[in-house]
Write a protein that binds this ligand. Structure first.
Ligand SMILES: Cc1cc2nc3c(=O)[nH]c(=O)nc-3n(C[C@H](O)[C@H](O)[C@H](O)COP(=O)(O)OP(=O)(O)OC[C@H]3O[C@@H](n4cnc5c(N)ncnc54)[C@H](O)[C@@H]3O)c2cc1C
Length: 390
């Protein structure tokens, strides 16, 4: 494993950093920008358009699909710089739907979707989880029944970001209820403006929403089936392999820790700067070690991907460690700030504009989304350590 960056990688890092510093809307550094909140979604889209004009959104895509076939590590550098500056540039279209269409899509699907994804023109929602299917996703019940040139979809999808103006949903639906549960599933692309779709917002304990999307006899043209009918489970699972290496988390954490350190230098308790308190110093230092450890774990995953190796237990270790690390980091901030730390953004007395309060609550969603910590540990136990299934 070779973690060092080349001189070109470092030059690219500088280029991305100075572009973002120049172009970033002034208040993004002061608050958590959330691409899944409707007001922010518009700003994020505008910023992504600028990134796409530089060719950066799709730089890892093959040239035949409008990319630059850039080495994987360049993508890692880009993701790190974005996350460090709080830019939510992660795009399900670029990172997941595009690569899946390159593998499984029809020529017509590639021609229609790939250029639009590359230009950040489509926002996607992920329609996997259902009210009764999360960790055990293969038990999903949303039905897609063939009818002429269409599938008629009925059911519901939950916890997705559809409320933030998603144009399309990539989704899994059951097309053969009599087949074994992994077999009768198909992967569909559904336009959110189709009649019969209802989107309801569900408030989260932090300052945001997720969605419940209900499908009432929604007609999805057969041409929007990706891959073979009833083989969608494998398309859907391959899509998850294209999720990030996770390098965004330690990059973001580094910035948050820097903010916390400067808070401790600038604030005192009992006449003594917090930064001189031995317990606080020790816990900040421990956090720095954790973040660096997480960064190296993520580099390992990225390195494996660059060698066409499939990170499996490695990705699960990184996801569980990284998302739990974020909870510990924000939890440490909350403890250091004391009762003031519980004030919400907008309060005059909220330290660091209330960012920690909101992020601390949000960090608890991070250990659930994209597979819970328990599920990640099951993967490590069975596939990593060879333990029998519990
Ligand atoms: C912030 C956020 C964003 C999300 N975004 C999306 C999205 O865009 N699209 C989408 O489709 N879904 C999304 N999800 C849903 C997410 O994928 C599911 O919440 C997750 O997979 C868990 O499923 P569940 O909520 O049904 O919990 P359950 O599967 O019911 O789990 C409940 C508890 O039981 C534990 N458990 C379950 N099975 C096992 C097992 N075999 N061994 C040990 N423990 C187990 C779990 O770890 C958990 O603690 C999001 C969730 C969150 C919190």
């Amino acid at each position: 494993m070779d973690f060092s960056f080349t001189r070109e990688d470092e030059a690219f890092r500088e280029e991305v950093a100075s572009f973002v510093e120049r172009e970033l809307p002034w208040d993004w550094r002061e608050r958590s920008v959330d691409p899944e909140e409707p007001e922010d979604a518009i700003l994020v889209k505008q910023f992504k358009k600028k990134l796409s004009e530089n060719g950066w959104l799709t730089m890892a895509w093959p040239q035949e699909y409008g990319g630059q076939a850039a080495p994987h590590i360049k993508q890692v550098v880009f993701n790190e710089e974005m996350a460090y500056r709080g830019v939510p540039a992660g795009d399900a279209g670029v990172r997941m739907v595009g690569p899946i269409l390159m593998l499984y899509g029809t020529e017509e699907q590639k021609r229609y979707f790939l250029p639009r994804i590359g230009q950040a023109d489509i926002d996607w929602a992920q329609g996997y989880s259902e009210p009764d299917a999360g960790s055990d996703l293969a038990s999903l019940q949303t039905r897609a029944v063939e009818d002429g040139d269409d599938f008629v979809v009925t059911g519901s999808k939950i916890w997705n970001g559809a409320h933030a103006g998603a144009d399309w949903m990539f989704m899994l639906a059951r097309t053969d209820p009599d087949a074994p549960k992994h077999r009768g599933i198909s992967f569909l692309l559904t336009e959110m403006a189709t009649p019969g779709i209802t989107v309801e917002k569900i408030p989260m304990m932090w300052n945001a929403y997720r969605s419940l999307v209900t499908f009432d006899s929604v007609r999805v043209p057969r041409q929007n089936l990706v891959g073979e009918q009833n083989r969608g489970w494998y398309v859907g699972a391959a899509l998850l392999d294209f999720e990030r290496s996770g390098v965004d988390r330690p990059a973001r954490a580094r910035r948050v820790l820097e903010e916390l350190v400067s808070f401790c230098k600038g604030n005192s308790r009992n006449g003594r700067p917090l930064s001189e308190e031995p317990v606080i110093r020790s816990r900040l230092a421990k956090m720095a070690v954790e973040i660096e450890t997480c960064r190296l774990m993520c580099y390992n995953v990225a390195w494996m991907q660059s060698r066409e190796m499939i990170p499996n237990k490695e990705a699960s270790i990184t996801k569980a460690f990284g998302s739990e690390m974020m909870q510990r980091l924000y939890g440490l901030g909350m403890q250091i700030m004391g009762l003031f730390g519980q004030l919400e953004p907008g309060s005059n007395w909220a330290p660091l504009q209330g960012r920690f309060e909101n992020a601390y609550l949000r960090s608890h969603g991070g250990t659930v989304a994209a597979g819970t910590s328990e599920i990640q540990r099951n993967v490590v136990a069975t596939r990593g350590l060879g333990l029998p299934r519990g």
